[in-house]
Design a binder for this molecule. Structure first.
Ligand code: SAM
Length: 219
């Protein structure tokens, strides 16, 4: 597999990064050992910075896994904030809850177990930031539900928009990803790029991150 970021560059940037909480190192180690897909540390740091920069106090995450990205964002939130994180895998959600409690962040994070789709219509927005990192085939269909939950000026951040480069024509000789997921991400990227409700930045950080700013009435 051809890396999106040269390994020496990734290692150099990792070396410059500071963890906002030491538990992140253990969650990452567990994720890597158990084959749980979690964001790249540079993506985690980006999420932390964005959350802090916009002064977010209400955040929604699709796909908690064992809480790695959740902790990156929660450590950027004031204690009176709310981060709702949705995870359909009970074992992973339980592990995430334990890590969040250990880090003293369970006062501001609510990990809800079940299909995200089942919760979305029950959630009271608006959210300042939504992090989409769930089922890749749901990225497109879920966009219509997530956009109204975001405040004007809020951020829809999406991970895996490059999918090991497999959405990029000619980048990979031997694709190894599920082709249904690859097609779904490519379609989502095209839809988000054309969506008049958002202006989007496309970053080759980690596995590719899209930062879509929801436009307001005056934009
Ligand atoms: C890529 S992992 C999330 C990683 C996590 N955001 C992190 O970086 O630490 C995706 C997770 O989303 C969960 N998931 C996928 N689709 C979902 C859905 N529709 N509703 C709830 N959870 C979902 C999966 O069970 C999986 O644990």
């Amino acid at each position: 597999m051809r890396p999106l970021t040269p390994p020496a560059v990734a290692a150099y940037l990792d070396g410059l990064s500071r963890l906002p909480h030491p538990v992140l190192a253990r969650i990452r180690a567990e994720g890597l050992a158990a084959g749980v897909p979690i964001v790249d540390p540079l993506t985690g740091a980006l999420l932390h910075g964005l959350t802090r920069a916009i002064g977010a106090t209400k955040v929604l995450e699709i796909g908690t896994a064992i809480g790695y990205s959740t902790v990156w964002m929660a450590t950027a939130l004031p204690s009176s904030s709310l981060l709702v994180s949705l995870e359909r895998d009970q074992t992973r959600a339980t592990a995430a809850r334990a890590y969040l409690a250990e880090a003293g962040l369970d006062d501001r994070v609510n990990v809800m177990i079940g299909e995200a789709d089942r919760y979305l219509h029950k959630l009271a927005g608006p959210f300042d930031l939504i992090f989409q990192d769930g089922d890749k085939t749901q990225y497109g269909p879920m966009l219509a539900k997530l956009a109204p939950l975001l405040r004007p000026g809020g951020l829809l951040v999406t991970d895996n928009i490059l999918w090991d480069g497999e959405v990029v024509p000619g980048f990979t000789d031997r694709p190894h990803k599920n082709t249904t997921d690859t097609a779904a991400i490519a379609a989502y990227n095209a839809a988000l790029a054309a969506d008049p409700r958002f202006t989007t930045s496309w970053l080759p950080v980690g596995d590719g991150v899209a930062i879509a700013i929801k436009l307001g009435a005056g934009d």
